[in-house]
Each structure stands twice: as C-alpha cells, then as structure tokens.
Design a protein around this ligand. Sequence first.
Ligand SMILES: Cc1cc2nc3c(=O)[nH]c(=O)nc-3n(C[C@H](O)[C@H](O)[C@H](O)COP(=O)(O)O)c2cc1C
Length: 325
Amino acid sequence: MIHWDSFPKPVVALAPMADMSDLPFCLISKELGASLLFREMVSAEAVVRLNPKTLEMARFDEKERPLVQQIFGANPEVMAEAARIIEERYQPDGIDINMGCPVYNIVSNFNGASLIRDPERASRIIKQMRAAVRVPISVKTRLGWEKDTDCLEFVKVLEDAGASLISIHGRTKAQGYSGKANWDRVGEARKNTTLPLFVNGDITTTDLAKEALIRSGADGILIGRGALGNPWIFTHIEQGLVGNLIEPPSMAERLRVVRKHVSMHLARYGERGMPLFRKHLAYYFKKELKSENPHVDWTEIRSALVRVNSLQELEEIFKRIEGVN
Ligand SMILES: Cc1cc2nc3c(=O)[nH]c(=O)nc-3n(C[C@H](O)[C@H](O)[C@H](O)COP(=O)(O)O)c2cc1C
C-alpha cells in the first residue's frame, strides 16, 4: 500500500510502457533510482479469464516495490474483478487505470483515452474498483480527446469517484505523440483537484524535469521514453533537482547494466527472450558513443545488435566494444 506522505517529493517514477516496463526493466529502473514503478498495462478481460500469460505479466519481484500495476478495460464489473484478482494474487501497492492510450485497438473498445469522452463510465469503473480492493486506485490520462481542456473537468470526475492519484500526459488523444507536451495545461488541471498529480510527457533531462514541475505544479514526474536505454535518468534527475550534477554513465557502467538487464530478461522469457531484447539494445546503444570509444565502429556494432540471437553473440559484440579480442 502506498503511503503517499512518506514519499520523497517530487516523485520521479517510471511510466507504464507496453512491452517495455516489464519485470526486468522495472528492476533495473528501481536499482538506478526510480522511486515508483508503473508496470505496463494488462487487459482486465484477460485477467478475469485467468489467462496465464497475462497473469504472469502482472507478477512482480518484491524488490520492485512500491509498484503500481496498470490495467485497461471498459466494463466496470470486469475492471473491478480484474483488480480484485490482481490484488489477491500479487498485492501491488496500487492499481492504475489506463485512461490515456490512443491506440486504435484500445480506444475502439471504449478503453484507454476513450474514457475521457465517457466520464460517467470512467467514474463507475473507479467506484467499482474502489469497492473491490483495498489498494489505492490511480488514473493515467491525457489532456483530452481532441480538446486539450477536457482534463480540467475530467480530473474533478476522477477525484469525486475516489481515485487517489492522477497522472496526465500533456497531449491529447488526437495528438498521439506529435507536438510538444503542454505542461501548463496540466498545471491548470492541477488547480482543479486536491489529489496528488504527476506530470508526464517529454521529460528527458533535469532541466526539463524542473520546467515541467514548475509549470504544472505537479507532485511528481512520470518518465517514459526518456528511460529507454537510459535508466540512469532517475538518479540523474533526482540528484539534479537538488543541485548535484552526476556524470553520464561510463561505457563500463553501461555494459554492466545491460548485462544485468539481459540476464534477468532471459531468465524471464527463456529462449525467445533475445530477439525481444533487441529493442532495448537499440535504445542502450542509440546515442553516439564515439568520443569515449574511438576504436569502436558504432555503425557496425549497432547493425550487429539488432540481429543478435544469443547471449554468446551479444558477449562477442560487447568484447568488440570493450576492445578485448
Ligand atoms: C512503447 C510505449 C508503450 C507505452 N505503453 C503504455 C501503457 O501500457 N500504458 C500507458 O498508460 N501509457 C503507455 N505509454 C505512454 C507512456 O506511459 C507515456 O505517457 C508517454 O510515452 C509520454 O511520456 P514520455 O514522453 O516520457 O515518453 C507507452 C509509451 C510508449 C513509448
């Protein structure tokens, strides 16, 4: 159970990301300073059907706490039952409702961002989930469906229904990922609710975190894409916000973390795990790392990384980076 008052403020949390914020990446983010983790969304319908793969997705390691499991769905009874099942099996510290996903498959079923257009249904979902579980219920949403002012009334609906925390991505559903996150608008919504509120969208550096916090007046930030390939971001921002500048990770540190991440990833996903890990490798080695490693042909290394099939192949690539033959 999250004890909100005991959290160091501002909270610097990992945002939920499908296929990304899974158990291994959450553990890595936690080790590197994330103070709260939002697990990738799982389908409430699949949880209620006791789909083994979905239930396994929601399992977590005690070291990940405090951890919030996100679920998506549109039917209040199903959402409440899914929350109950997840609480009974795993006891996460909170359960989050996805009210922001813009993807067609989600919104066409009245899930995700669609709920912004159906406040009555959003309210019923929260109320029924509240009645079904003890853990706090939070909501992650966007500024609006088409209008970026929808959130100004929507946050009141969420609070009245019994949500304990709101996170807002500063874009509308119609925007998808285009344009820039509008942290000022999140700040206007902030004034319409007494709940703790997290600002989200485009926060990738300490300076941007400072600006987002000032402009939104939020209690915390959610970091999504900025953490991919860069889980050091949590400590960097936490320390940066109190005036401590931290050097970017050395190549040795980068390799240490990737080795740890891949070993946890393979332990979780087995044989098929390596192709799934390529997307993380593409992020970890995306940046131009030339200056620190002039002997490395990064174009060649990156093209090998996106084709890697086994841990042994990966180790060979790492040895080329380390300059060991
Ligand atoms: C690969 C990916 C998967 C995502 N999956 C989810 C999800 O499962 N639930 C959710 O609420 N948001 C999801 N999001 C949205 C992020 O949580 C976040 O709101 C968005 O990326 C903006 O924040 P950022 O600029 O820090 O990335 C996802 C984003 C990405 C890039």
